[in-house]
Design a protein around this ligand. Structure first.
Ligand SMILES: Cc1ncc(COP(=O)(O)O)c(C=O)c1O
Length: 402
């Protein structure tokens, strides 16, 4: 029998698309900086101390008491779909449980939709500053990415998208985060939402609407685009940011005829969404704790957001600009011309043990402006440490501009 170890690395032929995969210097820097002493504004992690552990433990106990079947392979747990219908009504979305497909988080929801829609070498439209996790999803298909300009205050430039579509371009889909965008923290106004829905309908181009941050609003909130259209908007939601990402449960809302197709694609990928997690979430929702938990999350994250914005005003150089986010977990900061935030990250790690993500990491094209931007997360770090961290980061940035 052939020993596995005798197959040399060079004989292993990987798929063509993997050749371009390599760990960026940024990833290496961030991995190096993952020690517990590091103060992280880098990832979009929820605050672990706010996970409703006691209520989830009670829910898990109830579920396990029902017998071994709860740990068995199983089709989607129907009661959870009905509870998601109710949850969606809070966001202004009227849907039917037959339009809901349960997934292992939003990431899988997007991945399944992409596998259903995208052919190799097709065209897609993304913000010029895009969630890296979505780019990873589309990469194997080697699509041509048409990037739409992002206005620093109002988000994706709908006129630019209209011009592209008007000129005859027909992307397979457009990917948009309407609330608390990752990375820019921006939320779209009502006019942009409605216009995007009109464009999707007029040009028959679906929009994948990623709404993972939609329930984390701090001032006002608008219904997602899916509330305005049930055919062309393919909605992606998740319990990761509102309960806990470790549960790995999300959902998509799509026209009913796509659900059976999605289930075939999913079966090939991982058979089922965790039966146990679905039932625990369902029991948790049954207990009626979600509304007060969400109120508390919004209150706590709002204080952290305010602390971050206050600290930026106090400790960052005068030329720095940002928009206070009304939803989500990120503040996008633009510095003055001469500062490269990749270099700033290196200094911040070495001198202050602080990490953030430089804007360049999200830029689709070579984008000079993104090079002087940084994405700062405010959900993970405690209120007390935010001002100290931003003040030390401000010192790093000031030292670079002087
Ligand atoms: C914009 C966006 N979409 C999707 C995800 C993935 O969410 P999930 O944990 O539900 O897979 C994230 C995670 O940070 C995200 O920021």
């Amino acid at each position: 029998m052939l020993e596995i170890s005798s197959i040399s690395r060079s004989e292993l032929k990987l798929a063509e698309w993997t050749r371009s995969i390599q760990r960026s210097s940024l990833q290496a820097m961030l991995a190096q900086a993952s020690s517990p002493d590091i103060l992280s504004f880098a990832l979009g992690l929820p605050a672990p101390e706010l996970f409703p552990r006691e209520e989830l433990a009670i829910a898990a106990g109830k579920v396990l008491a029902r017998g071994g079947e709860v740990l068995q392979y199983s089709p989607s747990f129907q009661p959870l779909k009905m509870q998601i219908v109710d949850l969606m009504a809070q966001r202004g979305i009227l849907c039917h449980e037959k339009q809901i497909f349960l997934t292992m988080g939003a990431q899988q929801g997007m991945s399944l939709l992409v596998r259903l829609l995208l052919d190799v070498n097709s065209q897609v439209i993304l913000d010029e500053l895009a969630y890296t996790g979505f780019r990873q999803v589309i990469e194997p298909f080697r699509p041509r990415i048409l990037s739409a300009r992002v206005d620093a205050e109002t988000g994706i430039d709908v006129d630019a998208i209209e011009r592209l579509l008007d000129s005859g371009t027909r992307p397979v889909f457009i990917y948009i985060i309407s609330d608390g965008s990752n990375p820019t923290g921006l939320s779209l106004g009502i006019e942009k939402r409605v216009r995007l829905v009109e464009l999707a309908r007029r040009y028959r181009v679906p929009i994948i609407e990623d709404d993972v941050y939609g329930f984390l609003y701090y001032d006002k909130s608008l219904p997602p685009m899916r509330a305005h259209d049930d055919e062309w908007i393919l909605y992606v939601g998740s319990f990761s940011k509102i309960l806990a990402p470790g549960l790995r449960v999300g959902w998509v809302i799509v026209p009913e005829h796509l659900v059976s197709k999605l289930s075939i694609v999913k079966e090939a990928s991982d058979i089922d969404t965790s039966n146990f997690s679905q039932r625990v979430i369902s029991a948790y929702l049954d207990s009626g704790h979600l509304d007060s938990h969400l109120d508390n999350l919004r209150k706590q994250y709002k204080s952290r957001r305010d602390a971050m914005v206050y600290s930026l005003q106090k400790h960052f150089p005068k030329g720095a600009k940002w928009v206070t986010p009304t939803s989500g977990v990120f503040v996008w900061v633009e510095l003055e011309d001469d500062i490269d935030t990749i270099a700033a990250l290196k200094h911040a790690i070495e001198a202050e043990q602080i990490v953030f993500i430089p804007g360049h990491a999200f830029a689709i094209d070579e984008n000079a402006r993104a090079r002087r931007c940084m994405r700062l997360n405010f959900s993970y770090t405690s209120l007390e440490r935010i001002e100290d961290g931003i003040s030390r980061l401000g010192n790093v940035v000031k030292a670079m501009s002087s």
